[in-house]
Design a protein around this ligand. Structure first.
Ligand SMILES: [Zn+2]
Length: 273
């Protein structure tokens, strides 16, 4: 290292606020990982866990289709993987799970393992939010203090929160298309709602943090998490790049807010068992 570079490094370290990590070193809790069947042939559990570790992801919320992938990762790294039970035995369940008694039986049976911290990620429309299988799954979540990880629109998330007030919901992708203003309004109204930002490139399109998102993060610093969504195997390959982009916009926030969104919020909600 040249003297000049060493000097700059020391200067940067001295300027960093005490007690806070620089954004480039922020540990990450990734709130949206899948390790589904197509991934298994390409990535051993060790390799998948190595990708997470290499990207500075120290813990991750994992679900998969079918659920065995989650259990395999969890068995290898129980202090890294926060297992969620996905109600899909195969991709074919995605559109019909909410009215399928066989899925309900599958969920009830698997929950007996006692390792899960939530149920999801699942897809659902607002019209189906009061179906009997959804009702039963919400009841199980309330009884066992499990989160629901819901990939739904803003109308459906509000309906779930209203129908099942005893259940905490992690809103996948911030509703995918909901605006920062809508997300902020829902967070104002519902204390049982948390939000993860997987695939939300609009948070920092062009590399700079969007001012509307920034305002919502500052208003609700305890309610957001980041995530990747490895919904196809190729997403694993770009995971480290995605984390670099996330750390870049996190660096534009006050360090304590950046730390909460990067990992502290999730680690508070999912403490090590
Ligand atoms: Zn997903």
């Amino acid at each position: 290292m040249t003297t000049r570079r060493a000097f700059l490094l020391v200067a940067v370290l001295c300027l960093a606020p005490p007690g806070h990590l620089g954004a480039a070193d922020l540990p990450i809790f990734d709130a949206h990982i899948h390790y589904s069947q197509p991934d298994w042939d390409v990535l051993t559990p060790e390799r998948a866990l190595g990708i997470l570790a290499g990207a500075g992801v120290r813990r991750a919320l994992v679900s998969s289709t079918p659920d065995d992938g989650t259990l395999r990762l969890h068995a290898k790294a129980p202090t890294v993987v926060v297992p969620f039970l996905r109600p899909y035995r195969s991709r074919a369940d995605m559109g019909s799970w909410h009215r399928d008694p066989a899925v309900q039986a599958y969920v009830e049976e698997r929950l007996k393992r006692g390792v899960y911290r939530g149920i999801g990620e699942f897809h659902l429309s607002a019209a189906d939010a009061d179906g009997p299988v959804v009702k039963r799954i919400a009841e199980l979540a309330a009884q066992r203090n499990l989160f629901l990880h819901a990939h739904v629109g803003d109308a459906a998330v509000e309906r779930l929160l209203t129908l099942y007030p005893g259940v905490r919901i992690l809103w996948a992708h911030a509703g995918m298309s909901a605006s920062a203003a809508t997300v902020g309004r829902l967070l104002d109204r519902h204390a049982a709602l948390w939000v993860e930002l997987a695939l939300r490139t609009d948070v920092a399109s062009g590399g700079t943090l969007d001012p509307e998102w920034r305002a919502v993060f500052l208003r609700h610093p305890d309610r957001f998490m980041v995530g990747t969504d490895t919904w196809v195997t190729s997403r694993w390959e770009s995971l480290a790049d995605g984390m670099r982009e996330i750390r870049r916009w996190l660096s534009e926030l006050p360090p304590d807010v950046a730390e909460r969104i990067a990992y502290r919020n999730a680690e508070r909600l999912f403490p090590l068992p």
